[in-house]
Design a binder for this molecule. Structure first.
Ligand code: FMN
Length: 393
């Protein structure tokens, strides 16, 4: 029998699914409900010094939908509106009621030693399991020189990590931004300051668009807008890339996230090096109940593969990622067209000829491939409206 139980830095998780720091973890009542429903843990909505002003804009969300389904969410939400004392009391309450659940405190403060250390010392009074330093919020905070402004500066990231490490009584994860040229530079700096692990990714800085009727921003706050953070399914490949790059350069534990909407996404994060995963947008869109499908799906998958635990899945795909130089350039696939599915619309041939090659043509009501002209790029298989083309040897 496989198990979803796992252990990270001595912290026992009953399953690897955590709520990410976000609206679903903004109150003790909500987290209590999520724990009842089976989540393995929660990262609290980012806690700040009590005097750091948090005035929200309305509206603060905008989405892009495809066939009615949200594929990404842009938000400009700020951080927790609750006091440090609210969280200290709340963590004590939650831990008493749910001793097997993992609670991680996300924190952020101005670049002042005493302010970071004060939050940590206050939270040290509670039965917290770990800290997560929010060096990565891309909106609102960077203009106050915090959030992503910290996580894009190696010197300041090192400084704050060491301030926190010197007083924290529990492991310290650092939550990284994908909005950098190379996430491994900042990760190396943070590791040198003795961080215990990484969380990645926070949202991707974005601008959702302009309404061409009104000529005003889609995320419209009284006629104006600002840059926000993109999350949900569309950012998953960025999250995968960041987690894989972190794993290729470090052995520290990673809490992977970004665009997870089902167990398959979570399994891929783990195969790319994540020790556990966090989820935000999918929970905001569909509620805490998604945990049942996540747990049963991942457990069934582990069993189908003959794995006893997620540690056997972890890192399994990482060695498959190499440099471009390291790829086998002798490997060459060709399109194979399923005649039963092909409707002879000719789109594959048109796109092939307009995108460099002239390998496909419609001849006598039949698609023909000129192997000598085919670069094996696979574009035809992606544009075929009937999915009639597969790439084969
Ligand atoms: C509305 C909203 C609020 C968020 N607030 C926080 C926050 O307070 N602290 C934080 O570290 N991340 C915050 N995040 C980022 C998420 O924790 C997560 O890193 C990101 O959304 C990617 O995961 P997802 O695609 O599952 O949503 C927020 C995200 C959203 C959508």
């Amino acid at each position: 029998m496989a198990t979803l139980k796992t252990s990270i830095l001595g912290i026992e998780f009953e399953n690897p699914f955590l709520l990410a720091s976000a609206p679903p973890t903004a109150s003790i009542e909500s987290i209590d409900k999520a724990f009842e429903m089976g989540w393995g843990g929660a990262v609290l909505k980012t806690i700040t010094p009590d005097d750091l002003e948090m005035i929200e804009a309305s509206p603060r969300y905008a989405t892009i939908k495809e066939n009615g389904k949200v594929i990404c969410l842009q938000n400009i939400e700020l951080l927790s509106h609750e006091t440090i004392q609210y969280w200290v009391d709340g963590i004590k309450y939650l831990k008493k009621k749910h001793p097997t659940k993992v609670i991680i405190a996300s924190i952020m403060a101005p670049v002042v030693r005493q302010q970071w250390q004060n939050i940590v010392k206050r939270l040290n009074e509670s039965p917290i399991d770990a800290y997560e330093l929010n060096f990565s919020c891309p909106h609102g905070m960077p203009e106050r020189n915090i959030g992503m402004a910290i996580g894009t500066n190696t010197d300041i990231s090192i400084l704050i990590t060491s301030w926190v490490k010197s007083v924290a009584t529990k492991p310290v994860f650092v939550k990284l931004t994908p909005n950098v040229t190379d996430i491994t530079w900042i990760a190396q700096a943070i590791e040198s300051a003795e961080a215990d692990g990484f969380a990645a990714i926070n949202t991707v800085q974005s601008f959702l668009g302009i309404n061409l009727d009104t000529l005003e921003p889609v995320l419209n706050i009284d006629g104006h807008s600002t840059y926000g953070g993109l999350s949900g399914e569309a950012v998953k490949p960025i999250g995968f890339r960041c987690v894989a790059q972190l794993r290729q350069n470090s052995d520290l534990p990673i809490l992977g996230m970004g665009g997870i909407s089902n167990w398959q996404d979570a399994a891929q994060y783990i195969a790319l090096g994540a020790d556990a995963v966090q989820i935000c947008t999918e929970v905001m869109l569909n509620g805490y109940g998604i945990i049942n499908g996540l747990k049963s799906g991942l457990l069934n998958y582990l069993e189908s593969k003959g794995f006893d635990s997620i540690s056997e899945l972890k890192n399994i795909a990482i060695e498959k990622i190499t440099s471009h130089e390291g790829l086998n350039k002798k490997s060459h696939l060709y399109p194979s067209i399923d005649k039963n599915k092909c409707v002879k619309c000719g789109k594959c041939a048109r796109i092939c000829s307009e995108s460099e090659y002239h390998a496909l043509s419609l001849e006598k009501e039949c698609m023909k491939l000129n192997k000598e002209l085919c670069a094996g790029c696979s574009l035809c298989s992606h544009v075929c409206p009937k999915e009639a083309i597969k790439m084969c040897c």
